[in-house]
Design a protein around this ligand. Structure first.
Ligand SMILES: [Mg+2]
Length: 262
């Protein structure tokens, strides 16, 4: 059976709004060899339709079923623990709001809630921190979409969800359950969607590499994001089975490793 190629987005296909050169060609090369490619991101702020549009705009045709986000993993985690219609505070972007509603949960801005989901959003501020921390300090289920400390954008890094979660966690004195890579809810989502055999491509060893290990899949590291000589994370020692400067250079290495695929 051919493995599914699961590909992280930030730092692999793009940095913010800037495409990483050759990445669309790399995906096309994998697909031309008959491999299915799924896109797995810890960035929960953008709704699925937004990712499909962004992928298409970057020259990578995709449908909703190709994309798994930490927002979906977080919503699945909440839905597994609460009754339909339960009130959930989304201290997060539209992607989390959509995913929670899709699971039959009621998204509210304030008031008594049974769960709080913290995800990436750029309008996080003192007031939102106050509301989220108040809810978490009670008995609400506390879920983080992911703990990535930063995201790579053109020319640098911006604070990631982990930084926002740390603020809520510190103010509330509680530790969250984490849904996204490398944690179990995302692994369950990926297995249910794509099956048990795959290769995980990513730029962050601490999440993408750990996620590959959690799935029992080979990790393919690209150095176009947070890892590398000048990067935030070192290349693991020993290195993962595939390492390349970018997706364009990585795709041929993966294809060469798969007998019967060319
Ligand atoms: Mg990434």
């Amino acid at each position: 059976m051919r493995p599914i190629i699961c590909c992280d987005l930030d730092g692999v296909l793009w940095r913010g709004e800037t495409p990483i050169a050759g990445s669309a060609d790399g995906i096309a090369e994998l697909r031309a060899a008959g491999l299915r490619v799924g896109f797995i991101t810890n960035n929960s702020s953008i709704p699925i339709a937004g990712y499909v549009d962004k992928l298409r705009a970057f020259g990578v045709p995709a449908v909703a079923e190709d994309v798994c986000t930490s927002a979906q993993a977080a919503a699945a985690l909440v839905a597994s623990k609460l009754a339909p219609g339960a009130a959930v505070l989304a201290c997060a972007g539209q992607g989390v709001v959509d995913a929670l509603m899709e699971r039959g949960l009621r998204v509210v801005d304030a008031g008594p809630v049974e769960a709080v989901v913290v995800g990436f959003h750029r309008n996080f501020d003192f007031d939102r921190l106050t509301v989220a921390a108040d809810a978490v300090r009670g008995s609400a289920l506390f879920v983080a979409t992911n703990l990535d400390p930063t995201y790579p954008i053109a020319g640098g890094l911006v604070p990631g969800t982990g930084a926002l979660v740390a603020a809520v966690s510190t103010a509330a004195g509680r530790t969250p359950e984490v849904a996204g890579k490398p944690e179990r809810p995302m692994a369950d989502l990926v297995r249910a969607r794509f099956g048990n055999e795959g290769i995980m491509i990513g730029d962050r060893p601490s999440t993408d590499g750990a996620f590959a290990r959690a799935l029992g899949w080979p990790f393919a590291l690209v150095l176009s994001g947070v890892a590398g000589t000048d990067g935030e994370e070192p290349v693991p020692d020993p290195p993962p089975p595939f390492v390349a400067v970018d997706l364009a250079r990585l795709a041929p290495l993966i294809l060469k490793s798969l007998p019967g695929v060319s």
